[in-house]
Design a protein around this ligand. Sequence first.
Ligand SMILES: [Zn+2]
Length: 305
Amino acid sequence: MKNKVFAGIDLGGTFIKFGLVDMSAQVIFKSSVPTPKGRHAILCEFERVIELMRQMAQDRGLRLQAVGVGSPGIVNATIGKIIGRSPNIPGWQGAEVGKALAKATGLKVVVDNDANVMALAEHRFGSGKGFGSGLYITVGTGIGSGIILNNQIWRGARFAGAEIGHTIIEKDGKPCKCGKRGCVEALAATSAFIEYYGRKTPEPGGVKFIFDRAKQGDIRAKQAIAAAADYLACGIGSALELLNPEVIVIGGGIAAGGAVYLRAIRQGLKKYASTSCRRKVVVKTAQLGNDAGLIGAAMLANYAH
Ligand SMILES: [Zn+2]
């Protein structure tokens, strides 16, 4: 019998990342294509890359067994349908991704929220390995998160849960993209770092620049990082009180800032979470980087198969 492999697809606003992953979560092949515009075009592109991966598996004497897709927005993971709006992918809401792809390819297809599949990958094969429960946070232009409880993804009753980015930490605070005010995302994502820095950065979304400046001793950069980390810690503190997880894993572009950022978060948690909730909680950076989404999607397909 041929060795089984799984296809993982990670849909983003700019790129579709995809790859073949084996049973032990090793990436055998990966690539990416630009995200086309519109629901139909995206589904057609998915079909094309799945066929490409099926062929590629066959050429290597492997068998493509199932497909997993991670998508932004609220996803009904039971039926593989996008039920919430995703601002970066217009027209995507309502797409019956699971049904359409299963019909077109004849393969088992599972679909879930992108932060959930990332959390799953980190939990089973990355920084969360060995823990039973964890909170997984991605900090970039937005703040995404996934919650794993008893080794299972916690999606909420209507698949809309696990959004630490949109918990409110400042009443009537800064407006957030979601329409509310004072959310963690509005106060701790990349745009907030730049605002706290108070100066133009050479490249757009220049958080790396701010971290580099902080390393060189720039006080203003250090303060900006501390301010953003403190807001994130405030959000995490409340999550610790609610969930009391074993590990907090922080990924995304900002996690590259590493030690200084994590230190500020740990420091903040002392203020925002009670000793009993934060005692022994491990705060660390994500391990799988950009591959987490496609690995998690593929592994979800593996478990569902
Ligand atoms: Zn919000």
